[in-house]
Design a binder for this molecule. Structure first.
Ligand SMILES: CC(C)(COP(=O)(O)OP(=O)(O)OC[C@H]1O[C@@H](n2cnc3c(N)ncnc32)[C@H](O)[C@@H]1OP(=O)(O)O)[C@@H](O)C(=O)NCCC(=O)NCCS
Length: 207
């Protein structure tokens, strides 16, 4: 299994993709360790344990790719690449979470870079991210990787166009943090992620 240390940052852990079924508990426990504010930011207001358990289970069964940051065998950060089939316009949704103790050390950036490499490998041409309008950390992270976020009704949404990034040069697993300069942001106001979260919470269509 490929473990990449993130020596170019001040974090001391390693990054690798989780195996979907077997390592579900690692993702679930990481998400459950998020404090109340972080859960609110990550899940757009949904913060209860049962929701998070169901969410992690769904990720294990629907083809979501989870790239995890480990410290001492414990997942302290995760990037999620949700399959495009979940989205009405077939654009894969992405999401990030880093536990408070591991933040501001480049972990989110490393996970983002790995996720873009994974998306390229799958042949995806774009990614969508949705976050709260007040979420400065996620906005900074998304902007760094080429997303231009547009705000509406307390949320911000942006799409990252992967077709304009250099395809010939495989993204290294870990490199010093630089912006994805060629990534052009396409503003795409939609509420697909909200729909998924609403489904998870039992609202609207069945999850
Ligand atoms: C968003 C989050 C994943 C960022 O993780 P992180 O490991 O701290 O990110 P990094 O250390 O790689 O920082 C990425 C960039 O964002 C900036 N940043 C991080 N936190 C910030 C904050 N609170 N305010 C402003 N900028 C911030 C960093 O300075 C860095 O920019 P730089 O490299 O140009 O200096 C993390 O804060 C988190 O998990 N938040 C709770 C969950 C959440 O909100 N998820 C988003 C919903 S999808």
């Amino acid at each position: 299994m490929n473990h990449d240390s993130i020596s170019s940052t001040s974090a001391r852990g390693t990054v690798r993709t989780l195996s979907q079924q077997e390592e579900l508990p690692l993702l679930r426990d990481h998400l459950l360790r998020l404090d109340r504010t972080s859960r609110h930011d990550r899940f757009h207001g949904f913060i209860d344990d049962s929701f998070i358990r169901r969410y992690a289970e769904r990720c294990a069964n629907d083809g979501t790719v989870i790239i995890a940051y480990f410290e001492d065998g414990v997942v302290r950060g995760a990037a999620e690449l949700h399959p495009p089939e979940q989205s009405p316009d077939a654009q894969p949704e992405i999401a990030f979470s880093v536990e408070r103790s591991a933040r501001r050390k480049g972990v989110g950036s490393t996970l983002f870079r790995k996720l873009i490499a994974e998306a390229h490998a799958k042949g995806y041409t774009g990614l969508r991210i949705t976050t709260g309008a007040q979420n400065d950390a996620m906005r900074a992270l998304a902007t760094k990787f080429g997303a231009q976020l547009t705000f509406r009704h307390g949320e911000s949404t942006g799409s990252i166009d992967l077709t304009e990034q250099r395809q010939s040069e495989p993204a290294p697993a870990i490199v010093p943090v630089t912006p994805v300069a060629a990534a052009r942001a396409l503003v795409d106001m939609n509420r697909a992620y909200w729909r998924m979260v609403m489904q998870m919470s039992g609202w609207g269509r069945a999850a």
